[in-house]
Design a protein around this ligand. Structure first.
Ligand code: G2I
Length: 445
């Protein structure tokens, strides 16, 4: 199973570097610098991905770089609405599946992009409105997320729904005109279809604290308070020659709401200090424990949508650019672990341990649970959590729960059951009422 083979060896590499058990503690470096983007990101539990195109998978230079350097992929166009449902109710997944299989066979995470967006809609959807469009849109979310169920690490459920400029409000679109609740309806449908995918909102021009990013921040806070299932926010980061000074602070304020943050479409114009901007973005992600990974929007400059700007990490011939080296060095310099946990659970000779960190508000909570193997590798784990009376689990991610109240057990999903000695993984759940207070129990096997 190639999916496990690679992630397992990365965990072993991390354990050897002695960083995995340092949950939630700043990591100041690794014993041995890794020599590819994916491996160096994996040392702190992160991924480093690229947007890829199905039509280029026959290009040996392209796939050579892809399989060597990256441990996550995003389809640049192949999972969009126009590609997957060209006529209403007729779904075509051929090219999306090619991207998926390319990623999975290389042991990579696959980011799904994008279930609903005002652009790249098929013609039939563009001509719909009102309840007919709403019904079609939710059906689209359900069908596509169901097709890819269990295989997608994170979905961009909704893409680019906020307006540019100073309003901080929604962008006008046919989807928006179906009612302001279209975004939460999409997230609920996605969660129902694929409970194990992280569900993201993704947008651009949100790279610092500004009116647009604050509008999104307010939406995420509202979703969290009302139990709308959202797990992550994507920051596209199509950057010019500079980076906002509050880039990291902006990521952190979203993370503090209890969502992961991801850099989803990074590219930086060449001309200014391209290598420096790339390094700054990478360092910012490494400094935010809930920044789980970075994706660049293409591999070589010649693959970029930004024709003539040479915004990527490899030149037209596939050679590494200075920006590549600056990213690799920033990844190898280490950072926080992508965990909101506060401490490593005591192992005391047990096969595994678990610790929980909570983000609570009046009436609800999000719990992030870190599972750590003891001194031997484990193949499967179950974590048992006791909830106060009156509390209930409403959704879980990266684990499957049995029960929702009282004593609730969480079983690993397919991709996170195997842990190396000292290796760690995370899952989470959201609930109503108050969160658990006692340390969860972990059993292996
Ligand atoms: O525009 C850059 C990105 C902004 N955020 C969302 C992303 O999904 C978006 O990606 C770009 C792709 O990189 C382009 O490849 O989205 C464009 C469409 O809005 C993509 O361009 C389209 C062309 O417009 C089509 O003419 C072409 O058929 O790519 C299609 C497939 O090559």
């Amino acid at each position: 199973m190639p999916l496990f083979r690679k992630s397992r060896s990365l965990l072993l590499a991390s354990a050897a570097a002695g960083i995995v058990v340092a949950a939630g503690v700043a990591v100041t470096g690794t014993a041995e610098a890794a020599s590819t983007l994916g491996a160096s990101a994996a040392q702190s539990g992160r991924y480093f991905g690229a947007a890829i195109a199905a039509g280029k998978l026959g290009d040996g230079t392209y796939t050579g770089i892809l399989t060597r350097e990256f441990n996550a992929v995003t389809p640049e166009n192949e999972m969009k609405w126009d590609a997957t449902e060209p006529s209403q109710g007729r779904f075509t997944f051929t090219n999306g599946d090619r991207i998926l299989n390319q990623g999975l066979s290389n042991g990579s995470k696959v980011r799904g992009h994008a279930l609903l967006w005002h652009a790249q809609q098929p013609g039939w959807a563009q001509s719909l409105s009102g309840s007919a469009l709403r019904t079609a849109a939710i059906n689209h979310v359900t069908q596509v997320a169901t097709h890819y169920k269990g295989k997608i690490y994170a979905w961009d459920v909704v893409n680019e729904a906020f307006a540019d400029g100073g309003s901080g409000g929604r962008r006008d679109s046919n989807l928006q005109r179906t009612g302001n609740d279209w975004i939460e309806a999409a997230f609920r449908a996605a969660r129902a279809a694929d409970p194990n995918a992280k569900l993201c909102y993704n947008d651009y021009n949100t790279d610092g604290v500004n009116a647009k990013s604050t509008g999104i921040y307010n939406m995420v806070r509202d979703f969290k308070s009302r139990g709308v299932p959202i797990d992550c926010v994507g920051f596209q980061s199509h950057l010019g020659t500079g980076i906002p000074g509050d880039y990291q602070a902006n990521l952190q304020r979203f993370a503090d709401l209890g969502v992961d943050v991801q850099i989803t479409e990074l590219d930086v114009a060449q001309g200014g200090n391209q290598a420096g901007v790339y390094a700054s973005v990478t360092r910012a992600c490494m400094a935010v424990s809930r920044c789980t990974g970075i994706t660049v929007w293409g591999i070589r400059d010649s693959d970029s949508w930004r024709t003539g700007e040479n915004p990527l990490l490899f030149d037209n011939s596939g050679n590494k650019k200075a920006a590549y080296t600056s990213v690799l060095n920033a990844l190898n310099a280490g950072g926080t672990t992508p965990s909101s946990s506060t401490s490593a659970p005591p192992q005391s000779g047990g096969a595994c341990g678990a610790s929980v960190s909570l983000n609570s508000w009046n009436g609800g909570f999000v719990a992030t649970v870190r599972v750590i193997a003891g001194s031997a590798p484990i193949n499967g784990w179950t974590v048992t959590v006791t909830l106060p009376s009156g509390s209930a689990v409403t959704s879980a991610w990266s684990a499957t729960n049995t029960g929702t109240t009282g004593t609730v057990s969480f079983r690993n999903v397919a991709y996170n059951g195997q842990l190396a000695a000292g290796g760690a993984t995370e899952f989470g759940f959201q609930g109503t009422g108050a969160g658990p207070t006692a340390t969860p129990a972990c059993s292996a096997g």
